[in-house]
Design a protein. Structure first.
Length: 395
């Protein structure tokens, strides 16, 4: 009872702080909420159990690597933003290819978000099954398509700040609950050191397939109409820094309090795990999942439709883009599981990041920044490797 009160207290306190006037009036924070909606949205829900089950005691090391790679890709995108502001014309062919890659990545990411919404939405109900989850996902797709077709997404996109507030507040409660549970295990000398299940090439390519779980920072690349370059650069660094701190605390607390045999790995494994920590946490996590996945799906649907329209010279209207996205997403929903969709999304975003890094390498080379150009070129090669070799976990 005391733990439940502490968790709810942390949620309320975080909500008050996040809704406070000074923070809401901060331009930097306002810009940060857009990438934060994705970076610690869907990935936060599934990544902990995956890392714990596959990498055991080394899970925090893999988390560090994922965040570091994401930060480096963010550096390439930040370089490109600065060069555009300076008036430099970036390679047009690569820019167009990059934009098409991002549009496709958005299509896959919406499938990722809405399939997680379906899985979490039925997880605490009598309809907890693959069929129930797929039906809920299909319904969510149809709702988004109808809203986008008839009214546009302006009203739904206002949910973003609310959903980020809900999600961060619930994460604060989750971390409090995990901290207390971890401390109890430590006091009882009952912490575990789970074995590493994946090693070598298999471990590396599985990590490649998880890059989407720290994706989302790139959205600031395309918010030039709302924020100046300095604000976007600062906000991207801030969002990646804050998400890294949250992820690391989460993984460090989670990795050593359960054993692999205690875990039935699925997309909603975190629900079962948190039931052991505190009965209130599964309910809170489902609320966070529904809010986060729906708002992120709306944002990426809008972004994909707009990009397709712009890149096709208006031959593909945003409405038609929404139809294509929905059709492709429904095929993925009924033909693949969530872990496969995570891998597809990771590879799609990795291809986009690789192109952005290649653009940054060419730009840096033009200005005589040899070492920086080589670094971006190596980063591009890593992105292409992730796109080719990333694979899904077997659920």
């Amino acid at each position: 009872m005391m733990l439940t009160a502490a968790i709810l207290g942390a949620v309320v306190l975080a909500t008050v702080l996040l809704w406070s006037g000074p923070l809401r009036r901060s331009t930097t924070w306002a810009a940060m909420t857009t990438p934060l909606a994705s970076i610690i949205g869907s990935g936060f829900l599934v990544l902990g159990p995956i890392l714990m089950a596959q990498y055991g005691w080394a899970a925090p090391l893999v988390m560090v690597a994922l965040c570091a790679v994401a930060y480096l890709f963010g550096a390439a995108i930040r370089h490109n933003m600065r060069r555009i502001e300076a008036g430099e014309t970036l390679p047009q062919g690569l820019e167009a290819a990059s934009s098409w890659a991002l549009s496709f990545a958005y299509i896959v990411s919406v499938a990722y978000y809405l399939n997680l919404l379906g899985a979490f939405g039925v997880s605490l109900t009598p309809f907890d099954s693959d069929l129930g989850a797929n039906l809920l996902t299909t319904a969510a797709y149809l709702v988004i398509l109808c809203v986008g077709w008839t009214r546009g997404f302006a009203s739904l996109e206002r949910m973003e700040y609310v959903s980020v507030t809900i999600k961060l507040a619930i994460i604060a409660g989750l971390l409090v609950g995990l901290s207390v549970f971890f401390w109890g295990k430590l006091q009882a000398d009952a912490l575990s050191l789970p074995p590493v299940q994946q090693t070598g090439w298999a471990a590396l390519t599985l990590a490649f397939g998880l890059i989407v779980t720290v994706q989302g920072f790139e959205t600031l690349r395309y918010l030039g109409d709302s924020y100046n370059t300095a604000t976007r650069v600062r906000s991207m660094k801030g969002a990646q820094g804050l998400s890294t701190v949250i992820y690391m605390i989460y993984i460090l607390l989670l990795a050593y309090i359960f054993l692999p045999q205690d875990l039935n790995l699925s997309e909603t494994a975190i629900i079962d795990m948190m039931t052991v920590v505190a009965p209130i946490l599964p309910v809170l996590l489902v609320i966070a999942a529904l809010a986060a996945q729906f708002s992120a799906a709306v944002a990426d649907t809008s972004g994909s439709g707009g990009l397709m329209s712009e890149l096709s010279g208006r031959r593909i209207t945003p409405r038609l883009g929404y139809v294509l996205l929905t059709a492709f997403g429904l095929v993925l929903t009924w033909a693949a599981d969530v872990f496969q969709i995570i891998s597809y999304a990771s590879r799609a975003f990795a291809f986009y990041y690789a192109l952005q890094a290649a653009i940054a390498a060419i730009s840096a080379g033009r200005h005589g920044a040899g070492p920086r150009s080589i670094g971006f070129a190596l980063l591009a090669a890593l992105g292409f490797a992730i796109a080719v070799f990333g694979h899904a976990i077997e659920g």
